[in-house]
Write a protein of this length. Structure first.
Length: 236
């Protein structure tokens, strides 16, 4: 058993290198709105994508709540801006609207999401957001998929979704690199190197300080979403 543990760092290094080798080249020259539900979604889920895209595209982060479930909304808005700066993004809007509460029990109305996109994302050619699984399954995340899908369809925009993985792959860092099929032509895989993973971790530990409870350490140390993102363009 011990020999297996000793082998783990070597195995992870090999799979990480393999994942880096399978990464897509980043598109460039696009106006992209990242649509998120809560401050910290950008760092916990989308960091590899943002780090790959930010140097070559105009990225705007649109967060549809202040993350006020625990009464920390005003702190968390500021944390989001600091986190985005660490990830190379200055253009950030945070919405504070009673129809869009930070709540596991409230599905956000698609037409409301559409009206906010009308107001804040008119310049966007691409909307990037969660897929229908919402990565963590949070109902606010899943609402974004439906709202963005309707809006992009109506406005002739492109829709990119971050793929939701099962539990084992979610916490498996790069361990699925050999078995996960390469993304199809419609898909993109963004992979961070050591420096990118450290940046994403710092976005959590140094910016989103109010969210660094004990269980987050497991996520920032082990999650595949801190190092690899699979993003698919959805035909709407
Ligand atoms: Zn969230």
């Amino acid at each position: 058993m011990l020999w297996a543990l000793a082998f783990l760092p070597i195995f992870l290094s090999i799979t990480w290198l393999y994942a880096l080798h399978s990464a897509s080249s980043a598109p460039s020259g696009l106006n992209i709105t990242l649509l998120i539900a809560h401050p910290d979604d950008e760092a916990m889920f989308f960091a590899p994508t943002l780090l790959a895209l930010a140097p070559h595209n105009n990225i705007h982060v649109l967060c549809l709540s202040t993350g006020d479930a625990d009464g920390l909304g005003s702190i968390r808005q500021q944390e989001l801006k600091e986190s985005c700066k660490l990830l190379g993004i200055d253009d950030v809007d945070v919405i504070d609207d009673p129809e869009l509460p930070d709540s596991m029990g409230v599905t956000w109305p698609a037409d409301k999401i559409g009206s906010i996109l009308d107001k804040y994302a008119g310049k966007a050619g691409v909307v990037l957001t969660f897929d229908q699984g919402g990565v963590s399954g949070h109902v606010n995340h899943r609402s974004l998929y439906h709202g963005a899908k309707e809006w992009t369809k109506k406005g002739g925009k492109r829709l990119w979704n971050l793929e939701t993985l099962g539990l084992v792959r979610k916490y498996g860092f790069t361990m699925d690199a050999f078995v996960a099929p390469a993304q199809a032509a419609s898909g993109m895989r963004f992979v961070s190197g050591m420096e990118g993973v450290r940046k994403a971790q710092r976005a959590m530990t140094d910016a989103h300080k109010s969210q660094m409870r004990w269980f987050r350490w497991g996520w920032i140390g082990l999650s595949r979403y801190m190092v690899v993102n699979d993003v698919k363009e959805i035909s709407v």
